[in-house]
Design a binder for this molecule. Structure first.
Ligand code: GLN
Length: 330
């Protein structure tokens, strides 16, 4: 457990980080999703969740926003559990595509989408989730995201879902193409509804932090003690987060921040440092890749300041300040 004094020092450091990044203008912001989210441009929250249950939350950590692409992590996790590693790998790869999240590109050698963190792969992951129909699949996924977050009341925002279902040509195009190539099976509309339903679940940065903390804690929510996913697949999920989680900026993120993470177009970023802690950041201004500008900048500095980069020289690591591993809980 982090000592009381250490916890206070970390809280002050995080508050300082938050204050400074809030004050920096949004010159690098190129868009908001949806465009009306521009009215939320001032929102900025961060929360972390250690495997020992310690949490920090700063700024708009209780403001709700849709998961969007962050949901791909959980959909893939359940697809893996339902089908096993080998069968899942046959349908969706684990290679970064280097293309934008909604690009129409596939691993043609293996006849599958490159990875489950871009739309093509996430649509196949939704296809892999077990259930007699779309409704059952959505119910199973919702149950899982609630466990990750430790909040049994998480819900799908029906307005967000309806809006996405009508501005969905790209996902429809991808799906028809993939079905014609044998990558996707069954009813396309139903499959998209499964995928977009989880995208439309709203969370807070605090909950996102707990979701990352659950992944960091081997699939068990560090606050509730409930298991959200099978332990043997946690490494598969965190691996693709680290190589593909930030879309076509994944390499830059790996090099600058060095913490497995997943972003979504609503401006959220979830990260997980296995054995230590998870976190969630929210700020809606996006860069050209669809990643939160403030979120990225803050995480870059957070990693630097606390020595969190997983590939850094161990002498530079100052993990202990923010989290100590507690394997009894894993
Ligand atoms: N729901 C969005 C879509 O499929 C998710 C996109 C994202 O967050 N990058 O278009």
């Amino acid at each position: 457990m982090v000592s009381h004094d250490e916890a206070r020092v970390v809280q002050e450091q995080l508050e300082d980080l938050h204050r400074r990044h809030l004050a920096i203008g949004d010159d690098d912001v190129v868009s908001f999703y949806p465009p009306e989210a521009v009215s939320e441009r001032h929102r900025f929250g961060i929360a972390t969740s250690n495997v020992d249950g310690t949490t920090w939350a700063i700024g708009d950590a209780d403001h709700r926003f849709p998961l969007h692409s962050i949901s791909k992590v959980f959909t893939y996790g359940l697809g893996l559990e339902d089908n096993g590693r080998e069968a899942t790998r046959e349908r969706v790869g684990v290679e970064p595509s280097g293309d934008p999240f909604n690009s129409i590109s596939f691993d043609e050698v293996n006849n599958r989408p490159f990875n489950p963190m871009i739309n093509a792969g996430a649509l196949v992951a939704a296809n892999l989730v077990a259930g007699k129909d779309g409704e059952e699949k959505v119910a199973r996924l919702l149950d899982r995201v609630r466990r990750y977050a430790g909040n049994p009341d998480l819900e799908i925002d029906q307005d967000v879902l309806a809006e996405q279902m009508v501005s969905n040509d790209r996902n429809l195009g991808l799906s028809y193409l993939m079905r014609s190539l044998g990558m996707l099976h069954g009813d396309i509309e139903e499959n998209i509804l499964v995928y977009l339903s989880v995208c439309s679940v709203t969370v807070t940065a605090r909950e996102l932090g707990a979701m990352g903390g659950t992944l960091a804690n081997g699939g068990v929510n560090p606050h509730t003690g409930e298991r959200a996913m099978a332990r043997e697949h946690v490494r598969d999920v965190i691996s693709v987060m680290s190589t593909c989680g930030m879309y076509d900026a994944a390499g830059q993120w790996a090099s600058d921040v060095g913490i497995p993470a997943k972003s979504g177009v609503s401006g959220g970023i979830m990260f997980a440092l296995p054995g230590y802690f998870g976190g969630g950041v929210f700020s809606p201004g996006l860069d050209v890749h669809g990643n939160s500008v403030r979120g990225i900048n803050l995480c870059r500095e957070l990693s630097e300041q606390f020595g969190l980069h997983v590939y850094a020289d161990p002498a530079e690591s100052r993990f202990g300040r923010i989290a100590t591993p507690d394997r009894r809980r894993r």
